[in-house]
Design a protein around this ligand. Sequence first.
Ligand SMILES: [Zn+2]
Length: 239
Amino acid sequence: MRARKRRLLFGGALLLVALPAAALGLREAMTVPCRAVTGEIVCHGPREARRVALTFDDGPTARGVEALVPLLKERGVTATFFLEGKAVAERPELVRALVDVGHEIGNHSWSHGHMAGLGSADYLEELRRTDAALMAAGAPRPAYFRPPYGMKFVGLGHAVSANGQQMVTWDVEEPGAGAGAEAYVDAIMAQVRPGSIILVHPMFASRAVEREAVPILLDRLAAEGYAIGTVAQLLEGRE
Ligand SMILES: [Zn+2]
């Protein structure tokens, strides 16, 4: 009896240690860009060639699109825009403006919620409604999905595969708020390697630093000999 009690106590203590550790591990796997809980995830391209993909998340907003389209065009750069279905349905002409000049469009969910604890039907609905809105706006069906907040829930990973798409995150993070444009670019360049996928949030009114940083970033990448393109160009090794 006493031995059994000791075993139970020991088991309980072990659980107290193991459960939070397991939960922490799972949380880390869900939020660290390069780790998948289920399914495959891409967070960078081939490391051999001096190429990077430039990815812009959220929106579209008129502010973001009108700032980026001319300056990318000026430098002959195409990029990947991960757009939210709901915002796309409200401003389809902004998608058209991106597609018409050769940018790639990815799926960034319909509602941009945290997507915690949804059923597989809800995850699929988030993906399919967004695909439909993008295609109605004139974009090809997206090959890539980027999870809002980088949260890669188990059911979401399954839904992305079931929807025939590839989950794409990033290996270059933005610095926290407060950096000026030059410091922002320094922080990005410190992480960039051949094959990197760079994440920038340029769409909202609060993101003036990001919009100011993009031309500086493009110049710095070019000066360091990087070819800049879309996720598809990076992964497929295309010009
Ligand atoms: Zn987002």
